[in-house]
Design a protein around this ligand. Structure first.
Ligand code: HEC
Length: 135
């Protein structure tokens, strides 16, 4: 029995649609976050370094298309004198699908800064700062 041409075309279209609709993958995003050195400036959990990626509510990290535009912006606009140190990530370096994976990973990160009263060293510093100064 041969596969009818119509059925073959339908199968191919379905495969194509499935490939295009591939959802963002958090595990892949995590790998890319490390492979592209994002962690070196933003920390393992996105909470240390150049700029926090967690808990800021910034549209650069909460809106997927804004995030991708941000990654591309300097690559596409290429200012003569870049004013910041965030590198360019043009589409040749990070594809749109990969950028979506990274975005998905970043959005799984949660702020885990402890409360001050659970940090003995910080609490001691604040307590001593509140004490009256004596010679
Ligand atoms: C060499 C250091 C460096 C590396 C590597 C780096 N960044 Fe950044 N990133 C920065 C700095 C500095 C800023 C602050 C703003 C700016 O430069 O525009 C920033 C800002 C951001 C912001 C905007 C945060 C906000 O809300 O203001 C996002 C999102 C971001 N980086 C994601 C990434 C991702 C994803 C990668 C890896 C693909 C990456 N960064 C790699 C230094 C870096």
């Amino acid at each position: 029995m041969t596969i009818g041409r119509g059925r073959l075309i339908v199968t191919m279209v379905l495969l194509l649609v499935a490939a295009m609709a591939r959802g963002a993958d958090v595990a892949r995003g995590k790998t890319l976050f490390f492979e592209h050195g994002c962690y070196s400036c933003h920390g393992y959990g996105g909470q240390t370094g150049a700029r926090d990626l967690v808990g800021t509510g910034s549209p650069l990290v909460t809106d997927e298309s804004t995030f991708i535009t941000f990654l591309r912006l300097r690559a596409n606009e290429a200012p003569l004198l870049p004013s910041t140190r965030m590198p360019n990530f043009p589409v040749e370096a990070v594809s749109d699908a990969q950028a979506r994976d990274i975005f998905a990973f970043i959005n799984t990160l949660r702020l885990d800064t402890p409360e001050i009263d659970q940090e003995p060293a910080m609490k001691a510093i604040l307590d001593s700062a509140g004490r009256e100064y004596r010679k």
